[in-house]
Design a binder for this molecule. Sequence first.
Ligand code: BGC
Length: 272
Amino acid sequence: MSSTDARPDPSGGPQSSSAGAPPPHRALGVDVGGSGIKGGIVDLNTGQLIGDRFKLLTPQPATPPAVAKTIAEVVRHFDWTGPVGVTYPGVVTGGVARTAANVDKSWLGVNARDAIGAELDGQDVVVLNDADAAGLAEERYGAGKDNTGVVVLLTFGTGIGSAIIHNGKLLPNTEFGHLEVDGKEAEHRAASSVKEKHDWSYKRWAREVTKVLVAIENAICPDLFIAGGGISRKADKWVPLLENRTPVVAAALQNTAGIVGAAMASTTDVTR
Ligand code: BGC
């Protein structure tokens, strides 16, 4: 199954612009999630998508060859021939998947950059952690854009993803979701999947989120937390209940953050 509305301009080559407007500086990002693989062309001047997202279902089982093929289909949909940025929900260094907490274990040790590149006839591919991508995007265009200090983005979903950005520079693969907080891994304590599993109220869950935020702020003193993931759409129900010290704001880009961050990273391997 796929969903798209209008096909954007084919790109990946020289950029054109209408008279008077600055030329869009375009890049393609692909966000790989548990249920869908979504791509879009991003105007890096604004962080806005040019045209619509294109989404295909994540193949099940989500093995590296099956996922690489689906990513290539998404890229081909846009007739894109330039570099491609792709997210992965685990640690990535030099294109290689180093952890697989919530994905098919066959990803461990796989050079995702090469596997996806091979499906695209050698096109350049940059693979980065999903939360790192969202953090880059939120810091530049979203909830962190007016903040000049240390920004920590956390995504609350099946697990907890994290990103630290300081003045536009990412410190990749921070993995705060696996910090031990009060004898338990942070993501087993406070992911939104834990709230669902126990059918907790926002108030009950916010107690656990507070513990995780306090552990992080005690270690690195960020200036701002950005709360991302699906549950950030309901941020007004739980962010006011948090009792940590550092300000917490809801992510602004919501479901395009991964695509935008992947597009931003497409021309530089931010995991090196
Ligand atoms: C992974 C992170 C990822 C997060 C959200 C965690 O289990 O270790 O790398 O960012 O889930 O997908």
